[in-house]
Design a protein around this ligand. Structure first.
Ligand code: G16
Length: 543
């Protein structure tokens, strides 16, 4: 074994997006591409001497090769100890949990989350810091700057390590410990939720279907829901992680998890349905005949937080990403706690949680979580709902209906226009930005515009400023139209249009969501010229 210095050259496009670097697998397979990014991480954090690092991923195609490369590079950079999930597996929330529990300096996470996998799919890598959360922008920018100036990287020429067996071995002077990917995480969940009450719920015949979508949450869900909570075998479906996610899009929304939705809407539906994504940080909550929107789920969790033992003392505050509906704001107001509005991306919640300003965080993109770790956490949200169902013994639809009756309903939908021409998308956003000053005060199809701006976030903890985080058109009646470009797509541009309408009157809480939002959708198209500029006459995905 010896440490090699290998000559390299910079690759274009290695700037991390909303959540790390995500590219096609084929791009990552170019010699030096992954190595350059990893070298840049080590240069940014100042090497590995005396440090513990966590490494793992969602098991998608190229995960195993990438883990081996990172282990050999960690050894070349003098890392003292690496904790790696068995088989190279760690869900994103479990990685965050392991970093915190073992006081690691940080972690390298391999995932392109909900993006499709396989040889023609996507791969991704991101660095998480010692609080267990995604690196903030100043670190990701430093990593990017290093990628652009590299002339070489360092790597050990050690042979591949067996990462399928628990135990400790060495590469150069680095200790590599293969750990059970589920154990630490499952123990943490057991401390937050009333497992006894949930066990009693299942023992009483409560039925559930958890669709792991052939992604990483399968082993976690089987251990916790079936083995520890006593749900019958078969409650977790598609529970074996596969390198290509069984050819599916591992994104838990009603479109991609259509089978689960059909089951929950059909005769003989189980009491409760849920799904998680590629790396286990997203969740979808479904009751009989009702898919709960992520924005409502956050608000309902907040309103009922004290039912779970881990939150029995109450919550400090709530944070939501800007495009997420304002349903949680109403709960925060009722509880007399603060509600923060941040840009899209879980990384913006880290400072607020570290400063103990918020307990719960959520995003419209099927992400919910709390200060127990620093990533969103799919299974955590599902366990929260199970705890809520066990404590109240009410069906999901009743819990949601009662919440709306108390706080009002925020009709909400996201329209995605995927893989559109990047120049057309940029052109649309630029033109809309220029129109913002003249929109304020105007009445558009009966909605009076109260505010129209390009969202800017001033972090109250470290004072950093993030500009151009999405265009908001806020109406006097509480309705909102939001436009932003996705930061996670890998093909052309994806335009996201978020629509929200607030309805306080319970007599009007059973409208069809798209019908309730039709007038706002028409206004959105009118002011942006979206259809004309992109040549699309309808969204690719509506959730
Ligand atoms: C990532 C981030 C999320 C964010 C989402 C938005 O999700 O971790 O915090 O809400 O991207 O994606 P976009 O920029 O495409 O709207 P994930 O689950 O892909 O890591």
């Amino acid at each position: 074994m010896s440490i090699q210095t290998v000559a390299t050259r910079p690759f274009a496009g290695q700037r991390p997006g909303t959540s790390g670097l995500r590219k096609k697998v084929t791009e990552f397979q170019q010699p030096g591409y992954l190595e350059n990014f990893v070298e840049a991480i080590f240069l940014t954090i100042g090497g590995g001497a005396g440090r513990t690092l966590v490494v793992g991923g969602d098991g998608r195609y190229f995960n195993r090769e990438a883990v081996q490369t990172i282990l050999r590079m960690a050894a070349a950079h003098g890392v003292e100890r690496v904790l790696v999930g068995r088989g190279g597996i760690l869900s994103t929330p479990a990685a965050s949990c392991v970093i915190r529990k073992h006081a690691a300096h940080g972690g390298i996470l391999l995932s392109a989350s909900h993006n499709p996998g396989g040889p023609d799919g996507d791969f991704g890598i991101k660095y998480n810091i010692e609080n267990g959360g995604p690196a903030p922008e100043k670190i990701t920018e430093a990593i990017f700057a290093h990628t652009q100036a590299l002339t070489s990287y360092r790597i050990s020429d050690a042979p591949a390590l067996d990462i399928d067996v628990l135990g400790t071995s060495r590469i150069e002077n680095t200790v590599v410990e293969v750990i059970d990917p589920v154990a630490d995480y499952a123990a943490l969940m057991g401390r937050l939720f009333d497992f006894e009450a949930i066990r009693a719920l299942f023992a009483g015949g409560f039925t559930m279907r958890f669709d792991a979508m052939h992604a990483v949450s399968g082993p976690y869900a089987k251990t916790i829901i079936e083995d520890m909570l006593g749900a019958p075998a078969g409650t977790v479906i598609n529970g074996e992680p596969r390198e290509d996610f069984g050819g599916h899009h591992p994104d838990p929304n009603p479109v991609n998890a259509a089978e689960l939705i059909a089951l929950m809407n059909g005769p003989g539906a189980p009491d409760f349905g849920a799904a998680s994504d590629g790396d286990g940080d997203r969740n979808m909550i479904v009751g009989r005949g009702i898919a709960v929107t992520p924005s409502d789920s956050l608000a309902i969790i907040a309103a009922n937080a004290t039912l779970a033992p881990g939150y029995a003392g109450g919550i400090k505050g709530i944070a939501r990403s800007m495009p997420t509906s304002t349903a949680a704001d109403r709960v925060a107001e009722a509880l007399g706690i603060s509600c923060f509005e941040t840009p899209t991306g879980w990384k913006y919640f880290g400072n607020l949680m570290d400063a103990n300003l918020v307990t719960l965080c959520g995003e419209e993109s099927y992400g919910t979580g709390s200060h127990h770790i620093r990533e969103k956490d799919g299974l955590w949200a599902v366990l929260f709902w199970l705890n809520l169902l066990a404590a109240t013994r009410k069906p999901v639809a009743q819990i949601v209906g009662e919440h709306w009756a108390r706080f009002g309903r925020n009709y909400y939908s996201r329209h995605d226009y995927e893989a559109v021409d990047a120049a057309a998308a940029d052109g649309m956003m630029t033109a809309l930005r220029e129109r913002l000053p003249e929109l304020a005060g105007r009445t558009l199809d009966g909605h009076q515009v109260a505010e129209a701006d390009d969202f800017e976030y001033n972090d109250p903890v470290d004072g950093s400023v993030s500009t151009r985080q999405g265009i908001r058109i806020i109406m006097r009646d509480g309705s909102r139209i939001v436009f932003r470009l996705s930061g996670t797509g890998t093909e052309g541009a994806t335009i996201r249009l978020y629509l929200e309408r607030y309805e306080p009157d319970p007599a009007r809480h059973d409208l069809d969501t798209q019908e309730a939002l039709a007038s706002l959708a028409a206004v959105a198209d009118d002011i942006s010229g979206l259809r004309e500029r992109t040549g699309r006459d309808r969204p690719t995905v509506v959730t």
